[in-house]
Design a protein around this ligand. Structure first.
Ligand code: Q9C
Ligand code: ZN
Length: 342
C-alpha cells in the first residue's frame, strides 16, 4: 500500500491548545506522524511518496472562498493587529446572532470561521493544511488510477473541518477532498467510514444533502464528547441525502464487542448503499489509552477492524485523522492497514 506523506506538516506546530481554561501543549503535535512513519518502516511499508501540490480548483470547489482567504491570511492579519499570541477564536456568532456577515476585525473573523477554540492558527498552518489535503488528493488519485488502496498520512487532520469552519485540530477536510477526487475519477458512489473517536461533523456537513456520498461514523456520544452538537443517531441526511448518513454514538467505556458490532452495522450500510469506493477517516483515538477519549479499544482490535473493513473489497483511501496516545499511535494505525491487507 502506497503512503502519501509531506514533511510540510511540521509547519503547523502551535504552542498552545486551550483546554480547561489553560493553554497546554497541543495533543495534535508533529511527533504523532513520526511514530507512524517509524512503524510503517518497521512493517515494510516502504512505498512512501510526496504528494503532488494541491489542485486549487478542487479546493475551491469544496470550500468557501472567504474561508480559504481567511486561512491564508489569518496569521499575518493577527500579527498586524498587534496580537501577541497565536490565532485563537474567542467570540462566536451564536444563537440568534448574524451568521452571514464576516466582520472586518481579525478577532471577530477568527470566531466567524471557527467551530471551537482549542485549535490555534500559526504562521505555517495554511501551508501545512494544504500539504495534508494534498496527501489525501494524491492518495485518491492513486486509487482512481487503479491501486487497490492508499494511505494518506494527513496532518493536520480534517474531519471536523466544514467548507467554512476550522476547529477540532482540523482546517481542510481531507477525506471530503479525497471523496470528490474519487468521484471525478469515475466512482459514482462513495462511502466514507469514519472510525475516529470523535464525530466527523465536517465531513457529515459537507455531504449531508448528497445522495452519492454515504457517511457513516462511530463516535463518543455528543452528550459526553466533542464536538458535542452533532453526531446524534437521528441525523440521517436530508433531501437527496436522506438515509446516506448513519451515526452510531456510543457511551463512555465502550469496548470492542459493542464497537465492532457498530462497525458491522456501518459496513452493512455501506454494502446496501452499493458504494464503488471507500474512504476511511482513520483516527485511532478509540484506543483505551487515548488521553482525550473514552472508548476502550486495544491494539489488536485495530487489526481486527482493518480485517473487517478489508472484507468490503472496495478500492480504499485511508486518511489519517486523530489519535493522541503517541507511543501507540504507530502500532494502532498500521494495525488497521495490515488487517485490511490480510
Ligand atoms: N481537553 C480529532 O481527533 N477537544 N480531533 C479536545 C481536550 C477537541 C479531536 C478536548 C478534540 C478534537 C481529529
Ligand atoms: Zn478524534
Amino acid at each position: 500500500m502506497r503512503v502519501f506523506f509531506s514533511e510540510q506538516h511540521r509547519l503547523h506546530f502551535p504552542q498552545g491548545e486551550l483546554s480547561g481554561g489553560e493553554l497546554i501543549t497541543p495533543y495534535e503535535r508533529p511527533s504523532r506522524v513520526e511514530y507512524i512513519l517509524r512503524r510503517l518502516t518497521e512493517r515494510g511499508f516502504s512505498d512512501v511518496e510526496e504528494p503532488l501540490p494541491i489542485d486549487p480548483v478542487a479546493l475551491h470547489a469544496l470550500c468557501d472562498a472567504g474561508y480559504l482567504r481567511f486561512l491564508e491570511t489569518a496569521w499575518d492579519a493577527w500579527i498586524a493587529a498587534g496580537h501577541r499570541g497565536e490565532v485563537i477564536a474567542s467570540s462566536y456568532p451564536a444563537r440568534r446572532m448574524q451568521t452571514n456577515r464576516p466582520p472586518r476585525d481579525i478577532e471577530g473573523l477568527a470566531g466567524y470561521y471557527a467551530l471551537a477554540s482549542e485549535t490555534a492558527i500559526t504562521q505555517g498552518t495554511w501551508e501545512a493544511a494544504l500539504s495534508s489535503a494534498a496527501c489525501a488528493q494524491s492518495a485518491a488519485n492513486h486509487v482512481a488510477d487503479g491501486a487497490g488502496s492508499a494511505f494518506a498520512l494527513c496532518r493536520p487532520p480534517g474531519h471536523h473541518a466544514t467548507a467554512d469552519m476550522f476547529g477540532g485540530y482540523c482546517f481542510l477536510n481531507n477525506a471530503a477532498l479525497a471523496a470528490e477526487r474519487l468521484r471525478e475519477g469515475g466512482a459514482a458512489r462513495i462511502a466514507i467510514l469514519d472510525i475516529d473517536f470523535h464525530h466527523g461533523n465536517g465531513t457529515q456537513d459537507i455531504f449531508y444533502g448528497r445522495g452519492d456520498v454515504f457517511f457513516g461514523s462511530i463516535h463518543g456520544a455528543p452528550e459526553d464528547a466533542f464536538p458535542y452538537y452533532s453526531g446524534f443517531a437521528d441525523e440521517i441526511g436530508q433531501g437527496a441525502g436522506e438515509g446516506a448518513t448513519l451515526n452510531i454514538p456510543l457511551p463512555p467505556r465502550t469496548g470492542y464487542p459493542v464497537w465492532s458490532e457498530a462497525l458491522e452495522t456501518l459496513l452493512g450500510g455501506i454494502h446496501r448503499f452499493s458504494a464503488d469506493a471507500l474512504i476511511v477517516s482513520l483516527g485511532v483515538d478509540a484506543f483505551e489509552e487515548d488521553p482525550i477519549s473514552f472508548f476502550k479499544l486495544k491494539s489488536d482490535d485495530f487489526k481486527d477492524a482493518g480485517r473487517r473493513i478489508g472484507k468490503c473489497k472496495l478500492p480504499t483511501v485511508f486518511c489519517l485523522e486523530g489519535g493522541y496516545a503517541i507511543e501507540a499511535i504507530g502500532i494502532n494505525t498500521v494495525n488497521v492497514l495490515e488487517g485490511f491487507l490480510e
